[in-house]
Design a protein around this ligand. Structure first.
Ligand SMILES: [Mg+2]
Length: 223
């Protein structure tokens, strides 16, 4: 049986250009009277959207969190264009490669589910991902693999085990969350962490970019 593959989005599949994303968040915070001058410099890598907005809003109540979330998603949908997004090299080829293998391919991302769809739809890459876990409900990335796994079992009806999941991401948090569920951690050095920094976290594999993914997977499957 093929493993199932779970991809992170930001830093792994694509990068929303800094200007577009941070300006949008800053504008929304201002509407709520929050002057967060350091939005430009904050490190969001590997965090869930729920966690990011809870921090920015300084532990909002559920009502305020919900309002800000809805505005963020509306603004993202209205404003995000393909020009705001850079797709990393090797992404299209890796997804095509997995499609040819008829492997189950999903998302494991801190993005709100709708934000994930907006970003991927903008670049025509929504269709390959058949299941996933998202950052709507969870503060901690380590809570995502069990959700994705349950969804995979439900949809596929196949007897996957946690060790049959390959979790692909660009941060130490992605590696830690794969480890926490007993899954395979593949780090890709296209995000804000360098190859050396990721290597120190001891993933099962580390790639300079997803260009190296099909060849790595062939070796992995042969072992
Ligand atoms: Mg990422």
């Amino acid at each position: 049986m093929n493993p199932a593959y779970l991809f992170d989005i930001d830093g792994t599949i694509l990068k929303v250009k800094h200007k577009a994303n941070r300006k949008l968040i800053q504008r929304i915070l201002e509407r709520f009277g929050i002057n967060h001058t350091e939005v430009e410099e904050l490190d969001f890598a590997g965090k869930t959207d729920r966690d990011i907005f809870s921090d920015l809003l300084k532990q909002p109540d559920e009502d305020m969190f919900h309002q800000v979330k809805q505005i963020y998603l509306q603004e993202l949908e209205r404003n995000l264009t393909p020009d705001d997004i850079h797709v990393y090299s090797g992404v299209h080829d890796s997804l095509e490669y997995l499609r040819n293998k008829t492997a189950w391919t999903g998302l494991l991302t801190g993005n709100f589910a709708r934000a994930a769809r907006i970003k991927l739809a903008a670049i025509g890459l929504l269709e390959p991902f058949r299941f996933g876990a998202y950052g709507d409900d969870h503060h901690d990335r380590n809570d995502l693999p069990p959700s994705a796994f349950d969804e995979l079992i439900r949809q596929s009806g196949e007897p996957f085990k946690p060790s049959d999941l390959v979790i692909i991401g660009d941060t130490p948090r992605d590696i830690a969350c794969a480890r926490s569920f007993g899954s395979i951690a593949v780090a890709v050095a296209t995000g804000t962490y360098s190859y050396e920094e990721l290597k120190d976290c001891r993933p099962d594999a580390i790639l300079h970019s997803l260009e190296e993914f099909p060849a790595w997977n062939e070796r992995f499957m042969a072992n």
